[in-house]
Design a protein around this ligand. Structure first.
Ligand code: HDD
Length: 754
């Protein structure tokens, strides 16, 4: 058989989804994962779509593939065709009058190819333009049935989901690791219709009323004259606004904390932010706040890592999410609710539940778990799924309703409206990623991009010509009926309630809940961001705001800016800490963590192999780093190199382990300096020293199982420093390092200046 034809047929088979998933890799089922965790970036057959990828309509409620319907529609048959299905014999040359002649207008393929290309882009999201997403499954515990009749919350019900994470300010091509809030939007394809939970990784918002949203976003986006800086809050307009509009203080403080620079989307909390209203089968209502709790804990980068990643790997978070899912380390979150009685005051412990700049501390209202989210499949096509997904807070199901939070109310308008421009018309709900899994029988008709072929002659009610169809449902037949919540009789006015006036006591609560290390990071963040502002008046105003949070915070930032600190506010109270707000002090699972193993040809390669295996066994990803690429050791027992001193940067690794002789620093010379026939050891490669020094300063565990004193000293790592392990064997070194990894970083090394 013609080999090209054979290859084409193989690709066609793959596109039809005929390859089978490994039997034991059951997406959505927590527990042992398969295939075993491996380096995410290693190319693995089959060709795309790979086993870790799904299209929107290829996943059953349990996450099982149901047949690659989408791939079939978009790509069926082995031959390249026009959009009309005519097979093509050449796509490399335009039709010309002779080989050197002018191009002929009649070349339909040329015109179709170029025209389609010219229109490939759609407007990016006005906010949250940069994002990454994954498919998954939500498995309800049944613990919410007392407060909500939503069918997908009933015990053991499994619901397919699509989750999109994002940054707020940057453009679609901006870096992942900038200091910003992260979006956490979840689409539940329930049997009663789509439910969207459109939240953030920060539980409070900058503003209390949606009418201020254009103001905060205009202030945060790049300056309108030069369009700089990209994806940053460290500039005058942002700080101008948030210091004049002090209801932004709480959210800004969270942004300046480690929450503004997450280590991974997999290690972020998510919050519905607003208070929602749940309704149970008896019609009783409860006010709730939604929380996503990551199984891997809440972890952050340090600022220097975030900055390095923005240059070295701008796709850091996107790559991490896709890589973990591809490797079988499926990220998981528990969905939880804080519940509050639905009283006319809509107030809990003195906190106005309609004010989206306030949290209710978990110590006052514990988060009760109601289900488990597992992300188990990467999208097959970024544009079709991640870019075209359209979330909306008005996508509700019976059992979940909104409240009068003025921020939420404005959002209910904005999300539908924005899709009309972004997705080009009112039929975006028909896009595969947005389609509900419930039966649809609407009377919406026509419009741009209508792909449904509606039948009947009477798209109106009442009608007799279509036999009265479709019929109206009642509550007993699953209708979504708004909760008849009372509205206090009042007059029309543009005002906020007095209970929205307190802008500082919760920022102070947050500050007082931080450990010294976290406080140090906050001080450094404010000092950096305000240091990037030009206008003195803005810096001075920011210090006045900080004086209302905490005197020490204000004084330290003032010292960094070289400005006098305004007098502390004598009215500062002590609300007491909420320990749940701190990210430190616990031990977390290690799934998907990256272990860098530095080795060279003279290293203890048996030890390297055993550390690699132990890393895999622990559900982590080992990456061997060597002076140059290729393999180390003899052909039949070699170790593959995944990173070289040129491609490895410390940000990628959660720990660095130095193998045997490499640790001595005598032979780990760079490929750059090495020459064939070198017998004498050359000086240690400066890139290795940088790797170690950065890993040290960023609080990462470092291990070695040969005498590494000289190398550590050269890398400016003090002798006896915490978290630097000198082991006897590969195994004991690995074990000691692993002990440290559970705490995420070696916190004893902080505070530092990063
Ligand atoms: Fe918003 C997108 C989260 C307030 C207007 N928002 C968007 C996304 C997230 C949030 C996660 C990205 C969804 C995706 O991945 O497609 N937004 C929030 C949260 C808010 C919030 C947690 C406050 C609690 N948003 C907010 C307000 C307005 C908007 C007050 C307007 C008045 N948001 C939008 C939008 C976007 C959006 C312009 C842009 C793209 C889109 O909706 O689909 O409509």
């Amino acid at each position: 058989q013609n080999p090209i034809k054979a290859a084409a047929e193989k690709i066609a088979d793959t596109l039809r989804g005929e390859e089978s998933r490994p039997q034991d890799s059951v997406p959505g089922k927590p527990g042992p994962v398969s295939p075993p965790v491996q380096e995410p970036t290693e190319p693995v057959q089959p060709l795309p779509p790979k086993v870790d990828q799904h299209g929107p309509e290829t996943v059953s409620p349990t996450g099982q593939p149901t047949g690659a319907e989408q791939a079939r529609v978009a790509q069926s048959g082995a031959y390249l065709t026009t959009a009309q299905g005519a097979r093509l014999y050449d796509t490399d040359h335009s039709l010309k009058a002779g080989p050197r002649g002018p191009v002929l207008l009649q070349d339909h393929h040329l015109r179709e190819k170029i025209t389609h290309f010219d229109h490939e882009r759609i407007p990016e999201r006005v906010v949250h333009a940069r994002g990454a997403a994954a498919h998954g499954v939500f498995q309800a515990y049944g613990t919410a049935t007392a407060v909500s009749k939503a069918a997908f919350l009933a015990k053991d019900v499994e619901t397919p989901v699509f989750v999109r994470f994002s940054t707020v300010l940057g453009s679609r091509g901006s870096a992942d690791t900038v200091r910003d809030t992260r979006g956490f939007a979840t689409k539940f394809y329930t049997e009663e219709g789509v439910f969207d939970l459109v939240g953030n990784n920060i539980p409070v918002f900058f503003i209390q009323d949606a009418i201020k949203f254009p103001d905060i976003i205009h202030a945060g986006k790049p300056h309108p004259d030069r369009e700089i800086p990209q994806a940053q809050s460290a500039h005058d307009t942002f700080w101008d606004f948030v210091t004049l509009h002090t209801e932004a203080t709480h959210h800004t403080l969270w942004n300046m904390s480690d929450r503004g620079i997450p280590r991974s989307y997999r290690m972020m909390e998510g919050f519905g932010v607003h208070t929602f209203r749940l309704v149970n089968a008896e019609g009783a209502t409860t006010l709730v706040k939604f929380h996503w709790k990551p199984k891997l804990g809440v972890h952050s980068l340090v600022w220097e890592e975030a900055q390095i990643a923005a240059g070295v790997d701008p796709d850091f978070h996107r790559r991490d999410l896709a890589g973990a899912i591809e490797a079988g380390a499926f990220p998981q979150w528990e969905l939880g609710i804080q519940t509050f009685p639905d009283t006319p005051e809509q107030n809990f412990a003195g906190i106005d539940l309609l004010d989206p700049t306030k949290i209710v501390p978990e110590e006052l209202a514990p988060v009760q778990p109601i289900g488990l989210l597992t992300l188990n499949a990467n999208p097959s096509n970024y544009f079709a799924e991640t870019e075209q997904v359209a979330f909306h807070l008005g996508h509700l199901v019976p059992g979940i309703d909104v409240t009068d939070d003025p921020l939420l109310q404005g959002r209910l308008f904005s999300y539908l409206d924005t899709q009309l421009t972004r997705l080009g018309g009112p039929n975006f709900g028909q896009l595969p990623i947005n389609r509900t899994h419930a039966p649809v029988n609407d009377m919406l008709r026509d419009g741009m991009h209508q792909t449904a072929v509606h039948r009947g002659v009477a798209p109106y009610r009442p009608n007799s010509l279509d036999g009265g169809c479709p019929f109206l449902a009642g509550e007993s037949t699953g209708a979504f009926v708004e909760v008849p919540a009372a509205v206090a009789a009042s007059v029309k006015e543009r005002k906020a309630p007095a209970s929205f006036d307190d802008h500082f006591s919760q920022p102070r609560l947050f500050w007082l809940s931080m450990t010294p290390t976290e406080r140090e990071h906050i001080i450094a963040a404010y000092t950096f961001e305000l240091g990037k502002c030009y206008e003195q008046a803005i810096k001075e105003r920011a210090l006045l705001v900080l004086a209302n949070i905490d005197t020490e915070l204000c004084e330290q930032v003032a010292a960094g800016l070289g400005l006098p600190a305004p007098a502390g506010d004598s009215r500062l109270t002590d609300p007491g800490p909420s320990p749940a707000l701190s990210q430190l002090g616990q031990t977390w699972p290690l799934d998907g963590r990256i272990v860098g193993i530095v080795a060279d040809a003279n290293a203890d390669l048996d030890g390297v192999r055993s550390v690699r295996q132990a890393t895999l066994d622990a559900g982590m990803v080992p990456l061997v780093i060597a002076p140059a690429g290729g393999t180390l050791g003899t052909d039949d027992n070699s170790v593959t190199v995944q990173r070289t001193f040129a491609t490895a940067r410390s940000i990628e690794f959660d720990t660095i382990i130095l193998a045997g002789a490499a640790a001595a620093g005598t032979d780990a010379h760079g490929a750059r300096d090495a020459k064939a026939g070198d017998t004498q050891p050359t000086a240690t490669d400066p890139r290795l020293l940088l790797l170690l020094n950065e890993a040290f300063r960023h609080g990462k565990a470092i291990g070695a199982w040969a005498d590494a004193d000289t190398l550590m000293a050269d890398a400016a790592i003090p002798s006896g420093a915490p978290g630097v392990i000198q082991g006897d064997t590969a195994t004991s070194t690995f074990e000691q390092v692993t002990q440290l990894l559970g705490a995420h970083r070696v916190w004893e090394r902080f505070p530092t200046t990063v």
